[in-house]
Design a protein around this ligand. Structure first.
Ligand code: G
Ligand code: G
Ligand code: MN
Ligand code: NA
Length: 254
């Protein structure tokens, strides 16, 4: 049986689950949210990272079903945390370009929020630059609808997609996530540092929040802090964690 057939089955059999990577506010050092990242516990192969199955899901179109599952599960978990008395946390969910292109994505979001009771203002959707290069008026309308509901829009892997900056002006956005590739070189590579700092100042000038991805050491953090980056995530603070471990991590913070 092929991997796409197994993946299709995995969605319905409950073999997928989510890890949560903390997102930290730089000025307070506090966890203010988390990015939900999908995992697959295959009965035969064991734990599979998304690199093993997201590309297949993209090719086969299964990504739409998988993406809907991830959105629903993240919102369900977020609501359960609120009900358990945890402080409100923003949850960021990755959205594939296909989910947007297929249409009716705003209906899905609406339905999931209604079903789960997760507050719209705590939901952040991570899109890639390629989505914004698509059919402009439709995407703009979609993003307007989502933002009218107080949902936040983040651009993932910022700086790695298309070099056009026109869409920063054309689309309503909330957050730029600086790609890990630039953050990696922040301390030792002049060019990566220049690009990272330029993204931070551009984001601030345009009124977007800016988050640095893949922060692994304190030197990176010091530079980001000195230049007014708002948020970060990365192994320096925590790798993506199973839900229970994420909650434990929240509870030990002062
Ligand atoms: O932690 P990590 O190995 O989880 O994630 C690898 C990549 O897989 C990330 O770059 C991310 O973009 C992608 N990914 C993880 N979870 C999801 C998801 O739920 N939907 C989509 N479309 N991509 C995801
Ligand atoms: O959606 P996105 O492409 O941003 O997914 C983030 C990916 O980066 C996930 O695979 C996650 O596990 C990984 N990641 C997050 N923080 C770090 C980090 O500090 N170092 C490394 N090497 N990978 C990270
Ligand atoms: Mn992401
Ligand atoms: Na990224």
């Amino acid at each position: 049986i092929s991997i796409d057939a197994r993946l299709r089955r995995a969605i319905t059999r409950g073999e997928l689950f989510l890890h949560y990577q903390p997102q930290i506010e730089l000025h307070s050092g506090r966890i203010v949210g988390a990015e939900a990242l999908v995992r697959w516990q295959d009965p035969v192969e064991g734990l599979l990272a998304p690199a093993r199955f997201i590309p297949i899901a993209e090719e086969t179109g299964l990504i739409r079903e998988l993406g809907a599952w991830v959105l629903r599960e993240a919102c369900r978990q977020g609501r359960a945390w609120l009900d358990a008395g945890l402080p409100p946390l923003r949850l960021a969910v990755n959205v594939s370009a296909q989910q947007i292109r297929h249409g009716q994505f705003d209906q899905l979001v609406e339905q999931v929020l209604r079903e789960t009771g997760f507050p719209a203002n705590l939901l952040e959707l991570e899109l890639t630059e390629s989505v914004l290069m698509d059919a402009h008026s439709e995407v703009a309308r979609l993003l307007d609808n989502l933002r009218a509901r107080q949902i936040r829009i983040a651009i993932d892997d910022f700086g790695t997609g298309y070099s056009s900056l026109v869409y920063l002006k054309r689309f309503p956005l909330d957050v730029l996530k600086i790609d890990k590739g630039f953050v990696d070189g922040l301390v030792h590579d002049r060019d990566d540092r220049a690009i990272t700092l330029a993204i931070i100042s551009m984001a601030r000038a345009l009124g977007f929040k800016v988050l640095a991805e893949g922060v692994e050491d304190p030197e990176q953090l010091m530079i980001l802090q000195a230049h007014g980056c708002d948020l970060y995530q990365g192994y320096f603070f925590s790798k993506p964690l199973p839900a229970q471990e994420f909650v434990q991590r929240l509870q030990v913070q002062p």
